[in-house]
Design a protein. Sequence first.
Length: 305
Amino acid sequence: MRTTTARVPAKINLALGVGPRRDDGYHPLATVYQAVDLCDEVRATEVDDDAVTVRVQFGGDGWREQAPVPTDANNLAVKAALALRDAFEVKAGAALSIRKVIPVMGGMAGGSADAAASLVACDALWGTGATRTQLEEIAAGLGSDVPFLLHGGTALGGGRGEEVSPVLARGRFHWVFAIADHGLSTAEVYAGYDLLHSDVPPPVPEVPAALLTALACGDAYGVGAALSNDLQAVALDLRPELRHIFTVGERGAALGTLVSGSGPTVMLLAEDADHSAQLAQMLLSEGVCADAVQASGPEPGAHLV
Ligand SMILES: C[C@@](CO)(OP(=O)(O)O)[C@H](O)COP(=O)(O)OP(=O)(O)OC[C@H]1O[C@@H](n2ccc(N)nc2=O)[C@H](O)[C@@H]1O
Ligand SMILES: Nc1ncnc2c1ncn2[C@@H]1O[C@H](COP(=O)(O)OP(=O)(O)O)[C@@H](O)[C@H]1O
């Protein structure tokens, strides 16, 4: 049986500016994404019939197995395969197998990542010959941050997050991720943001110029100082205990500490790999999170391995 495998990184938002809710329910974003080397893998295997199935194996520690990842047509990897199949009138099926390392409902776009990897793996398995633009269009239909997971690297995100353009970034950034033992719903966090701004709508979002300058210079201190997330206040209201992680970040001289996307993962920027190991050790010994994981970026988007 023929098999193809795609590896895909997690995403973080170095800046996440969120505008007023649009009529379609989505929010306009001005974000800077970075892909980091905390990777899921999606394997697609040829089958005899036209069924698209999925199974999920957890590559991390036991606690992650508690997280609800659908193993039916609600799995974003299955949705991606079916969308690709419809677009190219493919008749074949596929057995998908996900090796999951990205925290589920963690604000690191794990489901979107699996959708992007599934597109790449199934495209290769079925030989659809899709162009990059065609894959990006299908990706945008699957979720706002799926196009970035195809793209990877460091990039600007506009629209509802699906309009991706590259950004000049030098050097490598060392992160520690403080992972919670249960996730937050993205839709719930955006709803909380609307509530917070029910009197005065938020301004049209912009990417901070200081962040772009720091990225162009490869200045990790500048990046740390310019990290920002409009959803952070809502995530901290929903999970007040996350504040302890910020205290550890200060004590450990993290260059910056920020809630990742809609949370509850909190990311700490370190000077180098040694510093990130120290920060991870501090987080674990203080018992402020369920797990502390080191990763670095930028990383390439979903690609065959
Ligand atoms: C917040 C972010 C930041 O990158 O990611 P996460 O931290 O959750 O991974 C994204 O905006 C999440 O993108 P994604 O998870 O792809 O969202 P979608 O599937 O498109 O939408 C899920 C729900 O989030 C809300 N949503 C999403 C994107 C957006 N620009 N405005 C929104 O209001 C809507 O309520 C929507 O129904
Ligand atoms: N392959 C998948 N991996 C993880 N979650 C998935 C997947 N497919 C569907 N989901 C669902 O998508 C939702 C968001 O999950 P995820 O992408 O991990 O979180 P976040 O939006 O915080 O980054 C969860 O409710 C989960 O059940």
